[in-house]
Ligand binder design. Structure first.
Ligand code: ATP
Ligand code: MG
Length: 671
């Protein structure tokens, strides 16, 4: 590691050790780089042991990347014990060790948003998705604000608030009966624990002596409290962030936290970085001119030495199919012309639902692609089946997991028995698993119906005993054989999907085997790891030559040589709901994040008409396009502008052909 790879303010940030530091700077200015280099500096020159340092990133993927980058700066011995994780996995880690203080067992289950939504929908007695989502969001916001159900019920002004507050209470009761936590609990409960147990606080403050936090602008109140508690009066931390990239207000992120830092830590030093090392001057100018339309919190300037670069291409398309086709054609033509790799391209969009049509167009041209931030491997039904068993083995009180496991494949327990069990468990405030063992319930059902249920419980107990002793992969495979999962798949599906599903299951088994061996993790550890992976993104993807597809939210912090930002229309970006709710500034920041992912070229596309709920609607290009200085823009496809692909169309066909033949092309000359 050499500090010559940093500019002067970056070096200052690394040398500032004896108090809190905030690096506040625009996109691509090397904030994340400051964090990695600072970790190396802390270990090598400041005498802080790796095990006393924690770096916090926004996603698991970012954590992996950071660890990789640190691995390039230092050797493995030096970084042993270093924590690089998200707030959620740090919280989970703390809770695993401290659960009994909170009346939980260490093997608590972690429910994903889907399971949590299901509980809420059961409480509300509705399956209306939108209603459930609204209530769920409100509960989550309250939880992140440390409000308890009684408090919010007392303060409720509208009928909706009151319904949410009562649902919140019932929801919390259900979670504790299941020994389960949701994602919000993973931050909220550690904070409560640190507040109420001084000895626990002291232990963690001594353990994590230096904190580094990336993407600080997207922390919420809970996360901020966690930082404040952990760093204590010493305030030994470095936070880096960009107020213009705050895009998680809808999940409770609070930009005020940037100001709070100044208030709560009067000694806070602020360092600004102004040189951007990522993008050409034109891309940067486009980003700056769009964001200039938002009111400024902090004054920032960004400049780049990477040359003026190509104008931003703005492409008008007829409709969404046409857009997908044109984007793919232009991508191929560009690849052919510049001799780049597929992995140099990213297609970014506002919402996951936009991806499907681009996937289809890419597949038609046999272009390899990788999705992130979309439906992940762990969301596939067959994978969720196996995970349900894993969750149940870790924590038999996890009712949603029990119901799924007991019914896939069916274990001979009838619906009537399950209903009686549910009613009994509800009355007694017990989990289903615990209720099944009580005499009061057992008297209510016939022995012939009880026996399969008890068999199932014995199987789970037996597996639980072995789960702490045996390798996770092999044990899972054996369990699948015991329950006859493969045969059940083939019985209930057409052969083709069954085969694909079984292959996915085997991939999971292999992953468990590998993880278990590498990191010495048991099936129980891995169950909790998976819950965290599913929160924001897919699993580790190895670096392959594929076009990256991602939502704007999931692209935060990343960079790609060539970016296609699609669906840049009123109603999509900015999103209609945000326009209606006066959240246009957040949408503009999202646009800013999108533009600043691009290193060398940026193409924005929009449609003239789009299908919505089965009807064709004429739509307008996004206001953000007109906010870009028009001297940096080149239009295609609209009257009087350049044709869509003409000049390169022939080449595109050729490129297409070469892609189909799998011919290897060379690297981009300009890299
Ligand atoms: P974002 O706001 O998007 O998260 P960031 O501020 O974290 O961006 P980085 O990702 O750290 O920026 O850096 C952007 C790019 O610039 C990276 O490729 C990084 O390696 C490079 N970079 C950062 N600082 C320097 C430097 N001093 N010299 C050369 N390259 C640099
Ligand atoms: Mg970054």
């Amino acid at each position: 590691m050499s500090l010559t790879q940093l500019n002067t303010p970056q070096r200052d940030a690394i040398h500032h050790l004896d108090g809190p530091l905030l690096v506040l700077a625009g996109a691509g200015s090397g904030k994340t780089r400051v964090i990695t280099f600072k970790i190396a500096h802390l270990i090598r020159h400041a005498g802080i042991s790796a095990r006393n340092i924690a770096a916090i990133t926004f996603t698991n993927k970012a954590a992996r990347e950071m660890l990789e980058r640190i691995g390039k700066l230092m050797n493995p011995g030096e970084i042993r014990g270093l924590t690089v994780s998200t707030f959620h996995s740090l919280g989970m880690h703390m809770l695993r060790q401290e659960a009994p203080h909170l009346g939980y067992k260490p093997q608590f289950s972690i429910l994903d948003a889907f399971d949590a939504g299901k509980i809420i929908s059961d409480i509300l007695l509705t399956t209306h998705k939108e209603e459930v989502r609204k209530v769920q969001t409100q509960i989550s916001l309250w939880k992140n604000d440390f409000k308890n159900p009684q408090e919010v019920l007392d303060a409720a002004e509208t009928e909706f608030d009151a319904v949410c507050a009562r649902t919140y209470q019932a929801y919390q009761d259900t979670l504790s009966a299941y020994q389960a936590m949701d994602f919000d609990d993973l931050i909220r409960l550690p904070v409560q624990l640190l507040r109420s147990h001084p000895e626990v606080l002291e232990r963690w403050q001594n353990k994590l002596r230096y904190l580094l936090i990336d993407e600080y602008q997207d922390t919420n109140t809970c996360q901020y409290q966690m930082v404040k508690l952990l760093t204590g009066v010493r305030g030994m931390f470095t936070a880096v962030g960009d107020d213009d990239q705050s895009i998680y207000a809808w999940r409770g992120a609070n930009m005020e936290n940037l100001r709070l830092l100044q208030h709560d830590f009067p000694k806070l030093k602020i360092i600004k970085l102004e040189q951007n090392y990522r993008s050409t001057a034109r891309i940067l100018r486009a980003a700056n001119s769009v964001i200039a339309n938002n009111p400024k919190l902090f004054e920032k300037q960004l400049w780049s030495e990477l040359g003026l670069g190509e104008p931003i291409h703005v492409v008008q398309c007829k409709d969404e199919e046409h857009e997908a086709e044109i984007v793919v054609q232009r991508l191929l033509a560009h690849k052919f012309e510049h001799r780049t790799d597929f992995k140099d391209y990213a297609i970014l969009y506002r919402g996951n639902y936009q991806a499907r049509i681009f996937e289809q167009a890419l597949r038609n041209q046999r272009i390899p692609y990788q999705m992130s931030g979309g439906q992940s491997f762990f969301d596939k039904p067959e994978i969720k089946d196996v995970i349900a068993y894993m969750r149940l083995i870790s924590n038999p009180d996890d009712d949603p997991a029990l119901i799924r496991a007991l019914t896939t494949p069916r274990r001979g327990v009838g619906a009537g028995t399950l209903e009686k069990l549910g009613a009994y468990a509800g009355q007694r405030q017990k989990s289903l698993f615990a209720a099944a063992h009580e005499e009061g319930f057992q008297h209510q059902v016939q022995p012939a119906q009880l026996e399969p249920l008890l068999d199932f419980c014995r199987l789970i107990n037996h597996l639980q005993y072995r789960a702490t002793r045996e390798p996770a992969g092999a044990l899972t495979l054996e369990m699948l054989q015991t329950i006859g999962y493969e045969a059940w798949l083939y019985d209930s599906e057409e052969p083709r999907p069954a085969e694909t599903k079984w292959k996915n299951v085997l991939e999971l088994v292999a992953w468990l085997g590998k993880k278990g061996e590498q990191d010495g993790k048991t099936l129980i550890d891995l169950t909790q790891t998976i819950a965290l992976i599913t929160m924001l993104e897919g699993r580790d993807e190895s670096e392959v030559d594929a076009v990256k597809m991602s939502t704007l939210h999931a692209s935060k912090g990343l960079e790609y040589p060539h970016v296609f930002l699609v669906g840049v229309e009123e109603g999509i970006l900015p999103h209609q709901e945000s326009v209606d709710n006066g959240m246009i500034e957040e949408e503009r920041r999202l646009m800013y994040v999108g533009i600043t992912r691009a290193q060398r070229s940026l193409t924005l596309s929009y449609c003239v008409k789009r299908r919505r709920a089965g009807e064709w609607l004429f739509v307008d290009p996004s206001r953000f396009i007109s906010e870009i200085d028009q001297q940096d823009v080149k239009h295609f496809g609209r009257p009087g502008a350049e044709p869509l692909v003409s000049r390169t169309e022939g080449k595109a066909r050729l490129a297409n052909l070469s892609a189909m033949l799998g011919a290897k092309t060379g690297k981009d000359g300009s890299t």
